[in-house]
Ligand binder design. Sequence first.
Ligand code: TXA
Ligand code: MG
Length: 332
Amino acid sequence: METIRLLDTSEDITQAAEIIKDGGLVAFPTETVYGLGANALDPEAVEKIYEAKGRPSDNPTIVHISQISDMLKLTYTMTADMKVLMKEFWPGPMTMIVPRRDIVPNVTTGNLDTVGIRMPDNQVARELIRRSGCVIAAPSANLSGKPSPTTAQHVLDDLDGRIDAIIQSEPCRVGIESSVIDMTGDIPMILRPGIITKSDFERALGKTILLDPTLNQRPAPGADFKPKAPGMKYKHYAPKADMIIYDGSYEKVMAAIDAERLQREELGQNVAVIVFKDDEQKEAAREFFAKLREADKNGADVILASALPQEGVGFSVMNRMLKSAGFNVRKV
Ligand code: TXA
Ligand code: MG
């Protein structure tokens, strides 16, 4: 199939909405990463998302809405905590896991009896949802296992010819995927950390919440390692190159990276370096996936990266970085 290039103009968004309505696949921008959308309530349409991405079928998709009333299509549940978070963080990079209604197909939720819902903070995304008249299931618009796409070009690099259309728009401003928070238990639990952090949620809710204890932990060999969000168990975000994370003071990290780089270049290796300072956490979030893809494009054999402090947004970026590097961390 030929992938239609659309722009974020009104006419083009209408054309994209028609494709969604007809059961097709459209990649579209959000504030976090580009998503690959289909009508969430049409199982055949959602099935095509898994095919295009090569995604395991037990990994549920997030359903995107454009207005609060869309919630009624997906869930009967509305708790006081949910109301607080919706008011505080929507539209925005937050996905809430809630009990699903029966009309939400199994393929959309990976057979779970819950559904992830998000209202994106991107006009184009919300306009697409509104004009299609659908709620839109959308995982990140990358091939399964590749870094999430933060530009239209990243999407085309992975999915050109595999999807019906793409809406080409600005690079994504957040750069890492939404914070996923499970609202089905007595105490909300973060299943995937994002730019909205644990302390942001706690401030809004006025109480302590939980963090999935498997997050940012190296899976012990043979251990029963089961993150609560199915998607978190996969080796995500993997660049082709080997990757090493250096953890220590800025000076020591820079010295260690320089030494390693020189040594490797003498051996004829192509070395990529990804360094952010401790106070550049939002920049790190915005650029990390793009830098991984750039390293691959440049044919890097190895990526040498600096660790961020594992707090706040730093924790969320490290969540992706540790997986990209297969937990290969050197303390310096
Ligand atoms: O920022 C984002 O969330 C982007 C944009 C496109 O909105 N989407 C995204 O989707 O990152 P995806 O499919 O790549 O990641 C969805 C994550 C996975 O880890 C999945 O397992 C988890 O959310 N998830 C979805 N529904 C769930 C559910 N019902 N229960 C537990 N985890 C769920
Ligand atoms: Mg993804």
